[in-house]
Design a protein around this ligand. Sequence first.
Ligand code: SF4
Length: 361
Amino acid sequence: MKKKPTFSGSQIPGIIECPQSRIKPKIKIDSSGEPARIGNAVHELIAKRIDTYENPDIEKICLKHDVKRDDVAPLYFRALSAWRDIGDSLASPIVESRMSADLGKYTLSGKPDAMAIIEEHDALFILDWKTGRLEEDARNQIKAYLLIALLNGVYGGRDFTSYIGRVYHLRQSYAETIVLTKEDLRDFRETLDMAIVGRNKDTYNPGKACQYCNRAHECKAGTALIKSTVGSLTNGEYDSLTPAVVSDIWYSIDKIEKLCKAFKSSAKELVSEHGPISVSRTHEVSIRGENNAEFDMGKVRAVLGDDIFFAACKLTKTGLSAALKEAGISAKDMFNALLESGAMKYIIKPKFKARRKERAT
Ligand code: SF4
């Protein structure tokens, strides 16, 4: 019998972004670099402290993981202070306990950094320490842990009113908290099923997830994205760049994106205060009102009937044209009917854009 695949909680953020990242790479890459070892040392220290209430031997654990005390201690002390802030409200803490849950066609497994009960809120609490970069969507990892805990029947299968997850980004001293109900976790399970065994499972979605994906070195979709993005930033010189330079540029893209966003918002402010800015002999950036169609989907369905409505929802022009033709309605009539019934209206939205300069008359 074919063995069920198992996915770990830490894979879940990537799988939700890009379902194809769940597949194991053919060539394995060593991921035991220094950042991973620093993370392991911090996790071991804080787990020991929570579990035994005693101060762990920092030097010894740093030696074990072959990392410097100066890289580890600040993160450990931040975790310790965060734990002390909430520790009093937590009952029956469990540290780094591996759990798994059978989700039918696959198994979900995870080892949350700490789990406890918050009696005051009748809540199950799961916590995860992050020692790396902030960009990863760790909330989906925590959701996966909460789902496993729910299905696994932790704390004697107790039925909690809420399920609270918290992610501490230790490097940035920043915490994210999510509060979910059982229904939210059921919805999350559907999202997971869709990505792992459902209709999205064959989807490649190259993007941010590629930065953390262990298939990135052999994935054509990911490579194509890197090639086109790095190529566009280097005037198409991709082929003459060394892999190290490509990787540097690729990992700097987030920073570039943030700079571009900051630049765009400053430019927007300038334009709204002082009017259009000329960017070439023929073009300027300006803010002008543009007509945007807005739909009330309930009314649209009532006006169009199910056949045309669902053809329109699929957003295929041919599907829609065929449905309209069969119903003997022209596109113009359809839009008129939508406008008259109030199912569609035009609103003017300000758009910031580079445009051809208006000629003085
Ligand atoms: S490299 Fe990117 S596109 Fe390819 S599987 Fe991974 S996340 Fe998906």
